[in-house]
Design a protein around this ligand. Structure first.
Ligand SMILES: C[S@@+](CC[C@H](N)C(=O)[O-])C[C@H]1O[C@@H](n2cnc3c(N)ncnc32)[C@H](O)[C@@H]1O
Length: 224
């Protein structure tokens, strides 16, 4: 209860003050190298899981993009087979500050710099109404503990409603890829999909030679 109260107050303050240093640039060579691998990992996972259907003017959404450190991986994956596309990333907690006093929003500006038609949207997924050909959702919160630990108020924990909304944003013939971490979360994800009667292809554990995460990652591919 105390944690929720703290999260609610902090979330309210950061969204109303929107305080941040400006013009973030990552200069640390080690972190840049790690980021390079994270983007290769992203490209590789998308390449392994999504069906590439040649498209003109595709609309793509990343849900819960945080500071969008992996935007380049997504961008260059879609660039490999889509002629012209719009890439949107939506993040509800965009104004959260890092210890260097840059917000996620400001940090994301660095990661999406020079990526054509790529937009970071500081908003709740539930406020998005545009329709998409592809939706990418890395690590959605399906249990309350990580959501709380992340610093979000309990009232924003609504995995079923968010999943239903995301599915409704998908165009006919669209594809949505959901990646969960750990077997427990993957199982809960599966139960949510079943409950909403959403058909999916279970990809099981997905791996990339570029990076290995502590918890195994599981993928579900939804085709409309
Ligand atoms: C576990 S993090 C994953 C971040 C990122 N996708 C990654 O792979 O590192 C989940 C993210 O979803 C965001 N989120 C949670 N609920 C959301 C909502 N309703 N709309 C948009 N973003 C949301 C959180 O703030 C958080 O940044």
């Amino acid at each position: 209860m105390i944690q929720n109260l703290k999260n609610t107050i902090d979330f309210f303050i950061r969204n109303n003050t929107r305080f941040s240093r400006k013009n973030f640039v990552e200069k640390n060579e080690k972190l840049l190298h790690r980021n390079y691998l994270e983007n290769l990992y992203t490209f590789d996972i998308l390449d392994k899981c999504l069906k590439k259907t040649q498209q003109v003017n595709a609309a793509i959404l990343d849900i819960g993009c945080k500071n969008w450190f992996y935007a380049k991986g997504e961008f260059y994956f879609f660039k490999s087979f889509c002629k012209d596309f719009e890439l949107d990333g939506v993040e509800i907690d965009a104004h959260r500050l890092y210890s260097n006093f840059y917000s996620r929003y400001e940090t994301a500006k660095f990661y999406i710099k020079n990526l054509k038609n790529t937009t970071y949207i500081a908003a709740n997924l539930l406020d998005i109404t545009k329709k998409y050909d592809y939706i990418i959702w890395f690590l959605p919160f399906v249990t309350k503990e990580p959501h709380r630990y992340w610093g979000l108020p309990d009232c924003l924990f609504m995995p079923e409603k968010l999943l239903s909304h995301a599915y409704n944003l998908l165009k006919a013939n669209g594809q949505m890829l959901i990646i969960n971490q750990g077997e427990k979360e993957a199982l809960i994800q599966k139960q949510l999909l079943d409950k909403l009667n959403i058909k999916y292809e279970e990809k099981g554990i997905v791996k990339s030679g570029f990076l290995e995460y502590k918890n195994s990652r599981y993928a579900y591919l939804i085709k409309k």
